[in-house]
Write a new protein. Structure first.
Length: 646
């Protein structure tokens, strides 16, 4: 936005006012102490020698990773060791330095002292004896045992090793300039997958080929007792594999048509981007309800954690099937092409998230489009998914105060802590509202070009360049605009800024209209919507009463300004009875239907803390569920977008 210019006489007056305040000087009260010396900024110079890193990941019962590092140092020169704080793909300072314990450092067999930096608690100052040429660094990563501590990464049957969690590294160098020699000991008999290449393997100890710290942190491991590896691109230019670990052996049953749609995902991505940015790619997939869920992108792999019955109850899990296409797309959008302000030289330089509406928003868009083109989702399921997204964002009134651009600060500001008023506070809305915005762009390119061009052309030009390279290529806002203009000349800067900086009302739904559909509400939910409700174990009444009800009538979401909100209901309140009859979800839905027919008020008996009260809800529009309905007045561009490429 343009900066406002003040008339020069006002500036002069301000200067006089501030000048006279300064003249009073010396206020009463403390003055700040100086900050400690800055930690050395990373330079693009090689660290003199490789760091040996060994991780013992066998203590699965106690969830403890034991780490031993040998870090070459210059004799007598103090060194600062950093624990990774700013994690790629998290877009936030989410490194778990609080989970580091038992840090003891030796040089020449004698213990040396370390002191944590009082300002940057991710930095450890270590004194190096005059005769020492390396440090032996020992510590543990005491990973969460219970979800209340964070994401569980070890269970008796599987584990997820993220190298950034088990590495201390020297300050002063770019991560790509620090060479690492990693090895891991896994529980006996377990198999594993990673984008790292094995150098040697003996018993349960695997040593990997040396890689830079940048690549190491980008190459996590999934390992497990029950494991299956599937070839997703037989005879392809480079290998692509689906590596599955599961809570139980029978969950690894993959039917031929299920394998086929995952293979089609690789083919459709290549047709879209016309390139790949890896030598080999490994999708890591955990089917579990014991290890914490995840979707985290890397250049040559991705971490995906989803429902145990992903394959075995295929029909029930449609809403889990955009995960793999999303994370796979990130190899192009996010890892290879990266916002210039998000790329950082090491893992302790702050990230800026201003372009996440491209990084995550367009990935969310392609995630669903590729899922449809590959057959992971049917056209109907994809339309129903888009309807759900459109309705959700159309009902979130938070945009009145907070624009979409500002939500890109959310990973840093909120770090995914639970929210009471999600629809008002807003969250990481650049994902799914970004998806709607890119549908808007795609259909506009199609309309303006007489359906000769599309966002596919943008994807190929923007993400498809540099085939075979996985050195990140950074971009700024103007580069996005320029490439859009190459595809189809238009005032894209104004178009994008209006949607990023605007305050509504409502979600950007022009893409649905230009796609040949309209968002409508029906009395019965789509199968996709029902599946999503079942998997989340909720009754989703967002578009009728404006609330989502979980087990035993507990409210887990109340939409700001909706009927439930206006009746004074909040998250955490429990519905005990509906119109005088004990609560169950069907009884509540019947009451909503009856109110429409009879005009009666819905009366809830609710419990909040130890207080009971009766709450009347003034709502008579019946059950409402989102759906996309074909509008035959224009071409069905959405159908074209979702059709697989030959
Ligand atoms: Zn993502």
């Amino acid at each position: 936005m343009p900066k406002s210019r003040l008339p020069s006489n006002i500036l002069l007056t301000c200067a006089l006012v501030f000048g006279s305040v300064a003249a009073l000087s010396q206020s009463v009260g403390p003055q700040p102490l100086p900050m400690p010396a800055q930690i050395a900024a990373p330079k693009d110079t090689p660290y003199p020698a490789a760091i040996r890193l060994n991780v013992d990941a066998t203590d699965i019962e106690r969830h403890i990773f034991k780490i031993r590092e040998t870090i070459p140092v210059r004799s007598g020169e103090p060194v600062v060791l950093l624990y990774p704080q700013w994690l790629p793909g998290n877009h936030s300072p989410s490194g778990r330095v609080d989970k580091i314990a038992g840090l003891v450092i030796y040089a020449n067999g004698a213990r040396v002292d370390w002191v944590r930096d009082p300002v940057d608690v991710f930095a450890f100052h270590v004194s190096v004896p005059a005769t020492a040429t390396s440090l032996d660094v020992n510590f543990q990563f005491v990973s969460p045992i219970d979800t209340s501590e964070g994401r569980v990464v070890m269970t008796p049957d599987m584990l997820n090793l993220q190298w950034n969690a088990v590495t201390l590294y020297p300050a002063g160098h770019f991560a790509r300039q620090i060479m690492m020699e990693p090895s891991v000991r896994l529980p006996d008999g377990w198999q594993f997958a990673t984008a790292l290449e094995t150098a040697s393997s003996r018993d349960s100890l695997t040593t990997f080929k040396p890689v830079s710290l940048e690549t190491l942190a980008d190459s996590p491991i999934f390992a497990g007792r029950y494991f299956k590896r599937l070839d997703l691109d037989p005879g392809g230019v480079v290998p692509v594999h689906l590596n599955v670990v599961a809570d139980r052996a029978e969950l690894l049953e993959v039917k031929p048509d299920q394998l086929e749609v995952h293979r089609a995902l690789v083919r459709q991505a290549y047709k879209l981007y016309g390139s790949h940015h890896y030598d080999h790619y490994d999708i890591l997939l955990a089917l579990t309800d014991r290890m914490g869920g995840i979707g985290l992108e890397h250049h040559q792999s991705s971490e995906n954690g989803t429902v145990p019955t992903y394959f075995t109850e295929w029909e029930k899990n449609a809403d889990a099937r955009d995960l793999l296409p999303h994370e796979y797309t990130h190899s192009w959008n996010g890892k290879f092409r990266r916002p210039a302000d998000l790329w950082t030289p090491n893992f302790n330089v702050p990230m800026r998230d201003s372009l996440l509406w491209v990084y995550e928003g367009q990935t969310q868009y392609w995630g669903f489009v590729l899922a449809a083109r590959a057959g992971l989702l049917s056209k109907r399921q994809t339309l129903d998914a888009i309807a759900s997204t459109a309705a959700a964002y159309d009902h979130r009134v938070g945009r009145e105060w907070r624009d979409l651009q500002d939500t890109t600060n959310d990973p840093i500001a909120a770090m995914r802590r639970p929210l009471s008023w999600r629809s008002w506070e807003r969250s990481e809305d650049y994902y799914s509202e970004g998806q709607l915005m890119w549908l808007d762009v795609d259909t506009l390119v199609r309309e303006k070009s007489g359906d000769r061009k599309s966002l596919d052309d943008f994807a190929r030009l923007f993400f498809g360049v540099g085939d075979g390279s996985f050195v990140p290529s950074t971009y700024v806002f103007e580069d996005v605009v320029k490439t859009l203009n190459t595809v189809q000349p238009y005032d894209w800067a104004t178009f994008l800024r209006a949607r990023l900086d605007g305050h509504g009302p409502g979600a950007p739904l022009d893409g649905i209209a230009r796609g040949g559909y309209k968002l409508v509400y029906t009395e019965t939910p789509s199968d996709y919507f029902k599946g999503s409700e079942a998997r989340r174990r909720v009754t989703d009444l967002s578009y009728s009463l404006g609330m989502v009800v979980a087990a035993e009538g507990r409210l887990i979401e109340v939409l700001w300004d909706g009927p439930a909100y206006k009746s004074g209901l909040t998250v955490g309140t429990q519905i005990m009875a509906v119109n005088g009859i004990a609560f169950d979800a069907d009884q509540l839905k019947r009451a909503i239907k009856d109110a429409k027919q009879t005009g009666a008020t819905i009366e809830l008996l609710v419990k909040a803390g130890n207080r009971f009260r009766t709450v009347p809800i003034d709502y008579r529009e019946g059950l409402r569920y989102p759906s996309l309905e074909r509008d035959a007045s224009g071409p069905a561009r959405l159908d074209q977008i979702l059709t697989s490429r030959n």
